[in-house]
Design a protein around this ligand. Structure first.
Ligand SMILES: Nc1nc2c(c(=O)[nH]1)N[C@@H](CN(C=O)c1ccc(C(=O)N[C@@H](CCC(=O)O)C(=O)O)cc1)CN2
Ligand SMILES: NCC(=O)N[C@@H]1O[C@H](COP(=O)([O-])[O-])[C@@H](O)[C@H]1O
Length: 194
C-alpha cells in the first residue's frame, strides 16, 4: 500500500475529495503538509485523523518526506514551485491538479483565481481541470487525465472556479485511486491508463 503525502496551501477542498474517497483508494494518506500555517486544509486533515505539518523550507520538506517513508506526493492547491532535488528524488511520483485544461492558462503565476480570471478575460467557452505529473517545468509534466466543463453561461471568475472545482473533486480521487492500483503507465512522455 502506497504511503501518500498531500501538499496544500489553502482551504483544502481537493484534499477533502481524496479523504472522502479514501476507502476506495488502495493507499494511505499518511501525511498532509502545508507551506502556510493558516491553511484550513490542516484542520481537514486533523479532523480526519491525519498527521499534518507546516513546512516552508524545501530541504526540510524533502527530509520529512523521506523520514515519513512517503512513496507518492499529491499537490492539491500547493502554491510553491518545487525544486530540482525534490523532483529528482520523487521522479514521476508527484502529481498536481491544475484548474484549467493544460496547456492553456498554466505556468508561473497561473494559480487559484488568477487562472479563472484569465479564462474569463479570454472568453473561452470551455474550461476544466487537469491532473499531471510534476516536472521542473511548472505545469509542463505529462498529462494524466483531464475533464472539460462548459462555462459559456458563467460571468465571474468565482463562478467558473466553483464549477471547475466540482470537476477537480471528481477526477483527483479517481487518478489517485488509479495510481495506487498501478494503472497509470508513462510511456515516452505519454500517459496511458491500463
Ligand atoms: N516544479 C514544479 N512545481 C510545482 C508545479 C509544477 O508543475 N512543477 N505545479 C505547481 C502548482 N501550480 C499550478 O498547478 C502552481 C503553483 C504556484 C504557482 C506560482 O506562480 N506561485 C507563486 C507564489 C504563489 C503564492 O505563494 O502566493 C510563485 O511561485 O511566484 C504557479 C503554478 C506547484 N509546484
Ligand atoms: N496551479 C495550482 C492551482 O491553481 N491549484 C488550484 O488551487 C485550488 C486549491 O483549492 P483547495 O485548497 O480548496 O483544494 C484548486 O482549484 C486547485 O486546482
Amino acid at each position: 500500500m502506497l504511503r501518500l503525502a498531500v501538499l496544500i496551501s489553502g482551504s483544502g477542498t481537493d484534499l477533502q475529495s481524496i479523504i472522502d474517497h479514501r476507502n476506495q483508494i488502495n493507499g494511505e494518506i499518511a501525511l498532509v503538509i502545508s507551506n502556510r500555517k493558516n491553511a484550513y486544509g490542516l484542520q481537514r486533515a486533523q479532523d480526519a485523523g491525519i498527521k499534518n505539518l507546516v513546512i516552508k523550507n524545501q530541504d526540510e520538506l524533502l527530509n520529512t518526506l523521506k523520514e515519513e517513508k512517503i512513496d507518492f506526493i499529491v499537490l492539491a492547491g500547493y502554491l510553491a514551485i518545487l525544486g530540482k532535488e525534490l523532483i529528482d528524488t520523487y521522479q514521476n511520483k508527484i502529481i498536481n491538479i491544475h484548474p484549467s485544461l493544460i496547456p492553456s492558462f498554466c505556468g508561473p503565476g497561473m494559480y487559484g483565481l488568477h487562472v479563472h480570471e484569465a479564462v474569463l478575460k479570454r472568453g473561452v467557452k470551455v474550461s476544466g481541470a487537469t491532473v499531471h505529473f510534476v516536472s521542473e517545468e511548472v505545469d509542463g509534466g505529462p498529462i494524466i487525465w483531464q475533464e472539460a466543463v462548459s462555462i459559456a453561461d458563467l460571468d465571474t471568475p468565482e463562478d467558473i472556479q466553483k464549477r471547475v472545482l466540482e470537476v477537480e473533486h471528481k477526477i483527483l480521487p479517481e487518478v489517485v485511486q488509479w495510481i495506487c492500483d498501478g494503472k497509470v503507465v508513462l510511456e515516452k512522455g505519454r500517459v496511458k491508463i491500463r
